[in-house]
Design a protein around this ligand. Structure first.
Ligand SMILES: [Zn+2]
Length: 328
């Protein structure tokens, strides 16, 4: 069970905003308190669940989650929204890059999790099977860890059920994205996130990525915020017209993770959202003396979904994500 421990309740123009901490009955989570906001309209209706800070340096998405709680409280017409502005609390002040420092695992790839598992696996289970139960849509906000840049993109998981997938696609298109990653129902490599697992349980989920290098940038904050607000409109929580769209919103059928084959200095030829041809050089790596070690070439024609921005890499680091655009 997820237990709410409210600290404050404030009446907004249209809704009630409450915040405090969540605690869980799972033994390994006993000393963990996760901050939450909950906005409730006077009129019952749909429920939106928003997660941020699974990667606690991804600050543009976390800033969007923070602002969202206030904005929804000023405009909610029916239903409720619950927001976790920092899920990876143990990693927050440690500035943990990608992982949760309690067990060294990446929470993002620990779903569906297990109450008997490690800390990250138990937290994933608590989020999936307790906190978000009853939500009509779960949204997971990411992007821009300390050493990475990402395209402004959305991820969703298709199931093969045309009606379910059409609704998922409607949610995903609420963002104004460079790229929309639609994982096919048969995807077996790029899996393990909440957004991959929830649709297979018959629950709607969308994940968004925007940001770079652990810095808040207003364009990325707006990308996340406007996307979630338009999904709140799609659900019927709030009214008003949807935001105008200006980006290309290209559809990508999953993406390939390209790992560094060597340790050394990393020199990139391409940036996020660039189109790359199969075989095109993406980067080269030298040793610490500057002697050439290896070149990285794109395995496919597609668009750059993410890239490492740091000039030093280790063998095995994911340094690019490249996705093939449907029809391009
Ligand atoms: Zn992330």
């Amino acid at each position: 069970m997820a237990q709410r421990n409210p600290q404050r309740r404030v009446a907004g123009r249209d809704g009630l905003l409450e915040w405090g901490t969540l605690t869980f009955a799972t033994p390994i989570l006993a000393n963990t308190a996760i901050p939450y906001f909950e906005t409730t309209a006077a009129q019952p209706g749909p429920r939106l669940a928003v997660i941020a800070g699974m990667h606690p340096n991804e600050v543009s998405s976390m800033e969007a989650a923070l602002r969202l709680s206030r904005m929804l409280t000023g405009s909610i017409e029916k239903g409720s929204a619950v927001i976790l502005p920092v899920l990876n609390v143990p990693g927050l002040y440690a500035h943990a890059d990608t992982i949760c420092p309690v067990d060294g695992k990446n929470i993002n790839f620990s779903f569906p999790g297990s109450p008997e598992g490690t800390f990250s696996e138990a937290l994933a289970d608590a989020v999936l099977n307790h906190w978000s139960i009853g939500a009509d849509l779960v949204v997971d906000l990411h992007g821009g860890d300390l050493r990475e840049d990402v395209a402004k993109f959305v991820m969703c998981q298709l199931t093969g059920d045309p009606e379910f997938d059409a609704k998922t696609r409607r949610f995903a298109r609420c963002y104004d994205a460079d790229l929309i990653v639609e994982f096919s129902a048969t995807e077996t490599e790029n899996i393990g996130r909440a957004v991959n697992v929830l649709p297979k349980l018959g629950r709607f989920a969308v994940m968004s990525e925007a940001g770079a290098n652990g810095r808040i940038d207003e364009e990325s904050v707006a990308f996340h915020l406007n996307g979630v607000l338009d999904m709140a409109r799609e659900l019927g929580l709030i009214g008003g017209p949807k935001a105008a769209k200006g980006r290309s919103n290209r559809i990508v059928d999953g993406y390939q993770k390209i790992l560094s084959p060597a340790t050394g200095r990393f020199y990139r030829d391409v940036r996020v959202n660039d189109r790359v041809e199969k075989g095109q050089r993406l980067a080269f790596i030298t040793d610490i003396y500057g002697a050439a070690l290896v070149e990285l070439h794109s395995p496919i024609t597609g668009r750059v979904v993410m890239t490492v921005t740091h000039a030093i890499v280790e063998a095995g680091d994911m340094v690019f994500g490249v996705g093939a655009v449907i029809g391009e």
